[in-house]
Design a protein around this ligand. Structure first.
Ligand code: AMP
Length: 413
């Protein structure tokens, strides 16, 4: 078995991670830390929850601390790009913990908050800059960032960058970085466009992979509730009040959907909070902190906002809506069963979501067991009929509307 002791990390770092409670490296750490310490580029295929942050940041901190340099104003020695502000904050928090007592300077920059503090920190020069692409480009455009002393570049969750439409921003940033640097790219999936990006970024990289299927299938107790859309909230309430629930993360398709769930739960005297893109950075952090500190047990999130939610004690994930992309199912349920723990994932599927469910099952190569024990259960075949009925109803409704409009008397101007 690989141990942290066997790695050529600074002894101080080994001591720190032991005190944090990391006893053995996770598989992605065991595979990534040695080649990164020996100076290789790396392509890591792993999702959040596998311990990938420590996999790239422990060797980075060790290398920076072993070889301190005088940093000129506005210079950064390493750059970590992440798709969301939550992930950026989380990565910074982890790095601060791992590098405690080593005098490694960090700076995190993202949008939605003022520029001033970020500029002040950058002016001093920083060892590790963690950034989301948009704000970083703004700061670069205004001349606050210099890459003359850059040695390391890490692109985290590259596939998410692509999904969120940031890839051109990433490319713009990449063009400003010096050729002579070490590069790491982490991605949960490797679509063709990421292969292209990896080829242009990485120099003879080591490839390490943690398969998402083995992660989801083995450790998480997954079940499916097939029900009509109109019964989803009632079923949710039943689950939250009857089952033995710990900290629970609920996923909805839309921001509006997340708000609706929170409002409904509020009316039912169940405390919860929502995080999504329409909430201010402060509101998101507040909700996340209350959830982390177990002041509230239920957090309702959309897929994008959920990126970077690093909470260890999530016992249940509820997919209130099926994800629009099959891969997101793995990201979502991966929020439970973190760092070797076990977890429960309950998914709802209504009459409009059968296709999405099928593509999830195809992706995870598994049929999710159906929970038939509740009163709202509908057979999947009946659900098909319901779906046709809904379609028919909406078509009829549209026709009626059209008829009404055309029969309206025309008013003269
Ligand atoms: P990540 O995939 O980087 O988001 O990490 C997932 C969670 O695993 C975080 O809460 C880390 O603190 C935790 N973690 C990372 N490495 C280890 C380890 N070797 N042992 C125990 N927990 C870990």
């Amino acid at each position: 078995m690989t141990t942290f002791e066997s790695f050529d990390l600074l002894p101080k770092i080994k001591k720190t991670i032991k005190s944090i409670g990391y006893n053995t490296p996770t598989p992605i750490q065991a595979k990534s830390i040695p080649p990164l310490l020996s100076g290789r580029d790396l392509l890591g295929i792993a999702q959040t929850g596998t311990g990938k942050t420590a996999a790239f940041s422990l060797p980075l901190i060790s290398k920076l601390a072993k070889n301190k340099v005088h940093l000129k104003s506005k210079n950064v020695r390493s750059l970590i790009l992440t798709p969301t502000r939550e992930l950026a904050s989380q990565v910074e928090l982890n790095i601060k913990n791992y590098s405690s007592g080593l005098r490694i300077s960090t700076c995190v920059v993202f949008g939605g908050v003022g520029h001033r503090n970020q500029i002040q920190t950058l002016k001093k020069g920083v060892d590790i800059l963690i950034a989301t692409p948009g704000r970083l480009l703004d700061l670069m455009g205004d001349g606050y960032v210099s890459y003359d002393q850059l040695e390391f570049f890490i692109l985290d969750e590259a596939d998410r960058m692509l999904d969120m439409g940031f890839i051109n921003d990433v490319k713009k940033i990449m063009r400003k970085l010096p050729e002579d640097r070490k590069t790491v790219l982490f991605s949960a999936t490797i679509p063709k466009s990421i292969v292209g990006l990896a080829n242009s970024l990485l120099d003879n990289p080591v490839k390490v992979e943690i398969s998402p299927e083995s992660l989801t299938v083995e450790k998480i107790d997954q079940s499916l509730n097939i029900l009509l859309r109109k019964n989803k909230l009632k079923r949710l309430k039943k689950i939250l009040t009857q089952e033995k629930m710990g900290s629970t993360l609920i996923f909805t398709k839309t921001k509006r959907g997340a708000n609706k769930v929170v409002e409904f739960l509020e009316k039912s005297n169940i405390a919860s909070a929502a995080i999504h893109g329409n909430k201010s950075q402060n509101a998101r952090e507040r909700a996340l902190n209350s959830f982390r500190k177990k002041k509230i047990k239920i957090l309702v999130a959309t897929d994008i906002a959920s990126r970077g939610i690093d909470v260890d004690h999530v016992s249940h994930v509820i997919n209130f809506d099926q994800p629009m992309e099959a891969e997101a199912y793995v990201h979502r349920i991966g929020r439970t069963a973190r760092a070797g723990r076990e977890g429960v994932a309950i998914s709802f599927c209504d009459e409009t979501e059968v296709k999405l469910l099928k593509s999830v099952e195809k992706f995870i190569k598994k049929t999710i067991p159906v929970d038939t024990s509740h009163t709202f259960h509908v057979d999947l075949n009946e659900l098909g009929t319901a779906s046709k009925k809904t379609k028919k109803v909406s078509q009829n409704y549209k026709r009626t509307l059209k008829r009404r409009r055309s029969s309206k008397p025309k008013t003269r101007r």
